[in-house]
Design a protein around this ligand. Structure first.
Ligand SMILES: N[C@@H](CCC(=O)N[C@@H](CS)C(=O)NCC(=O)O)C(=O)O
Length: 253
């Protein structure tokens, strides 16, 4: 039996939800409320000591890290619709784009999402309570990110994040001039990764980058990915973020 511990259908939670839906795999959905810092509660740390979502549980075994999770689903469910090419070169290309998304994209979109949304959440918490919550965050980098969000991100950090996103937009645009999907002729986990961590939010988060004129192939690709029934089903999963905050960003924590 499969179980997914996840938050709102955005970023890494969306990435895992789309894979499961594309593969038509039944799973139990367990909502973890990031607004209430449930990911740092002892019951959740017993499942993922890093205190992050999403987490996949398969017959009692835990799998974390969304890119690893995506490959796990390919290996564990070979009869489900594939999201990974059969040939070595296709696989290498898919893994290259996943690595690019994980190392050069995800965190930089996230910083802008946090800047707009988490800053508001973090500042609403009284200082003593905030520090009590921070003491439970297991990852040093995440603890610092929460503190930065409360203080306000440095303009230089935000500018650097925008620079990374511009590079990513242009790189994907060039790639889509050659092949319909990131890894080639097949829609793969790499498309899901870039969509969930950047594509679905990029136009709203970065209007100044004028993605429509700068990257028309990317816009077409966003339309093709968004139209997939599995993607629509994943994005329709419950979203408990305060609607007022949701209008500030579409990125998750
Ligand atoms: N590299 C991890 C990243 C997971 C991650 O960043 N999760 C975010 C949600 S998108 C989270 O749990 N944030 C809450 C926190 O760190 O306190 C993965 O791919 O699974």
């Amino acid at each position: 039996m499969l179980k997914l511990y996840h938050a709102e259908p955005a970023a890494n939670s969306l990435k895992a939800l789309i894979s499961l839906k594309e593969k038509n795999l039944e799973f139990e959905s367990v909502y973890v409320d990031l607004h209430k810092f449930e990911q740092h509660e002892p019951w959740f740390l017993a499942i993922n000591p890093e205190g992050q979502v999403p987490v996949l549980e398969h017959d009692g075994a835990i799998v974390t890290q969304t890119t690893v999770m995506a490959e796990y689903l390919e290996d564990a469910f070979p009869d489900a619709p594939p999201l990974r090419p059969a040939d070595p070169l296709g696989r290498a290309r898919m893994r290259w784009w996943n690595k690019f998304c994980d190392e050069h994209v995800m965190e930089y979109v996230s910083i802008h999402g946090w800047h707009r949304m988490v800053t508001v959440i973090a500042r609403a918490i009284e200082e003593g309570e905030f520090e009590r919550l921070m003491a439970r965050v297991p990852l040093h980098e995440q603890r610092e990110k929460w503190r930065k969000a409360r203080r306000g991100f440095e303009p230089a950090d935000l500018a650097n994040a925008t620079r990374k996103i511009e590079i990513a937009i242009d790189k994907v645009e060039r790639r889509l001039a050659e092949t319909p999907w990131l890894a080639g002729d097949m829609y793969t986990t790499a498309d899901i990764n870039f969509f969930a961590n950047c594509g679905f939010a990029v136009q709203r988060l970065f209007p100044e980058l004028q993605v429509e004129t700068r990257a028309p192939r990317l816009v077409d690709w966003i339309g093709r990915v968004s139209a997939r029934p599995a993607v629509q089903a994943a994005m329709a999963m419950p979203n408990r973020t305060d609607p007022a905050l949701r209008t500030l960003t579409t990125a998750s924590h």
